[in-house]
Design a protein around this ligand. Structure first.
Ligand code: ITT
Length: 192
């Protein structure tokens, strides 16, 4: 089955290509396509918005992902704002800022959340699935692997950050793996 992964983030595309089962063929968005609106307050609203927007334009089956880092002591921040927080700045600066905000904080609990959505406007279908990985915020930036906030996130059961653990471990336990595994399973069972 052919599905377009509606993302402008090539790291996500790479990760989903590792996660996906062999019966699914993922293709990227064409380069010259407009950017979908992302004005919702929730991961679900934004993921649905992206998937429906691109399925309508491309007239095909599309998956999209809206995801982010949710920090308990910061009331869920940066959450759905993960990408837009300090927009234009690099992730080194964004992570430093988060570590400063967490400086005297003993509660370092955090999780990565991913909502994966399948949409096919012509078939009138939307399916969604959520995946989470719980962990904590490190005391400093560690590792060069992954992307985004990976170098400050330590998943439960490990001492290293996602930035240090590398894509083999991340692709087994990540929020994205959990969300897309369930989503692909539903798609298979429904025989779309
Ligand atoms: P698309 O909307 O085009 O898919 P995006 O990067 O803007 O790309 P989001 O709006 O879903 O995607 O924002 C997700 C942000 O959350 C992402 O840019 C990272 O900052 C963070 N994030 C999500 N998943 C992550 C992961 O696996 N590792 C590190 N950071 C992650």
């Amino acid at each position: 089955m052919k599905i377009v992964f509606a993302t402008k983030n090539f790291h996500k595309l790479r990760e989903v290509n590792i996660i996906k089962p062999t019966w699914i063929e993922i293709s990227p968005l064409p380069d010259d396509i407009p950017i979908a609106p992302e004005s919702g307050d929730t991961f679900l609203e934004n993921a649905v918005s992206k998937a429906v927007f691109y399925s309508k334009i491309l007239k095909s089956s599309v998956v999209a992902d809206d995801s982010g880092l949710v920090i308990e002591a910061l009331n869920g921040f940066p959450g759905v704002q993960s990408s837009r927080f300090m927009e234009g700045e690099n992730y080194g600066r964004k992570m430093k800022k988060i570590l400063m905000m967490m400086e005297d904080e003993e509660n370092r609990k955090a999780k990565f959340v991913c909502v994966a959505v399948f949409a096919d406007v012509e078939k009138g279908m939307i399916l969604s699935s959520i995946g989470e990985v719980k962990g904590k915020i490190a005391q400093e930036i560690r590792g060069k692997g992954g992307f985004g906030y990976d170098p400050i996130f330590i998943p439960n059961g490990f001492e290293k950050t996602f930035g240090e653990l590398g894509e083999e471990v991340k692709s087994e336990i990540s929020h994205r793996k959990r969300a897309f595994e369930k989503l692909f399973d539903i798609i298979r069972k429904l025989e779309i």
